[in-house]
Design a protein around this ligand. Structure first.
Ligand code: NDP
Length: 242
């Protein structure tokens, strides 16, 4: 199966762990990032993964970026839509800018990146699409109306796209991580973080590598019968029923 895998947000956190593991499993990996050149360069040096910079919320940039990566590395076999941001705050004080930023990076990016690869995958009758949603898209979270809405949208996107492409050799699945030990969670105030850990039955944050393992499975030939699934990976913090 391995060919080219594109991992958005692949230079830091969960995406970096995914990019490293897919590379170790034989994929040629392109990691996409947005603005942190220093982190991307460090990751490229340490991992040997190719890095490309564009905004996943920008439709033309995604179309052109995917074409550039494919020209260098061949057709995309797997797309991991992982890039995401938070702009937290109570909804009654939320700005339109913080709503748009979160919806465009976390949800519009499902369109921009997937639209750029889906026709090729359908023509080749083969592909793996893995979308990173969140526990907070399943259960909702105070201070994250924008993020919860976007991540719930990712789940609907995944299910509908899975149905449209199941007969074309393409699987589409979502992963809902709980709280994972990355910069995104490190940005949460210490006392809030301690409160979060207290709510996780396994008693700790998840590790990026634990999400990467699930992506490796879903992108492999072993997962050919798994499509439209929403995999909950949260240490028991929220037992979802769908
Ligand atoms: P990080 O903040 O650690 O890393 C985010 C990555 O996404 C970086 O590589 C960043 O690039 C890239 N990125 C952000 N915005 C854009 C953009 N507009 N265009 C291209 N790349 C972009 O995030 P995490 O690893 O914590 O999270 C990864 C995914 O997992 C996200 O979708 C997040 O919502 C989800 N998630 C995370 C959880 C957690 O606990 N950490 C829990 C549940 C879900 P750059 O370095 O240039 O900024």
């Amino acid at each position: 199966m391995p060919g080219l895998a594109i991992v958005t947000g692949g230079t830091r956190g969960i995406g970096a762990a995914i990019a490293r593991l897919l590379k170790a499993e034989g994929w040629s990996v392109a990691a996409i990032y947005h603005g942190n050149d220093e982190a991307a360069e460090r990751f490229r040096r340490d991992s040997g993964v190719s890095v490309f910079r564009w905004d996943v919320a920008d439709e033309a940039a995604c179309r052109e970026g995917v074409a550039t990566v494919e020209a260098e590395h061949g057709p995309v076999g797997a797309l991991v839509n992982n890039a995401g941001i938070t702009r937290d705050g109570m909804f009654h004080r939320m700005s339109w800018a913080n709503w748009r930023a979160v919806l465009s990076t976390n949800l519009d990016s499902m369109f921009t990146m997937t639209r750029a690869v889906i026709e090729g995958m359908r023509a080749r009758q083969s592909g793996r699409i893995i979308n990173i949603s969140s526990i907070n898209g399943q259960k909702g979270q105070r201070g994250q109306v924008n993020y919860s809405a976007a991540k719930a949208g990712v789940i609907g996107f995944t299910k509908a796209l899975a149905l449209e492409n199941a007969s074309c050799g393409i699987t589409v699945n979502a992963i809902c991580p709980g709280y994972i030990d990355t910069d995104m969670v490190a940005a949460v105030p210490e006392d809030v973080r301690a409160g979060i850990v207290a709510e996780i039955p396994v008693g700790r944050l998840g590790q990026p590598e634990e999400v990467a393992d699930a992506v490796a499975y879903l992108s492999s030939p072993r997962a050919a019968f798994c499509t439209g699934a929403v995999l909950t990976l949260n240490g028991g913090q929220y037992i979802a029923n769908g």
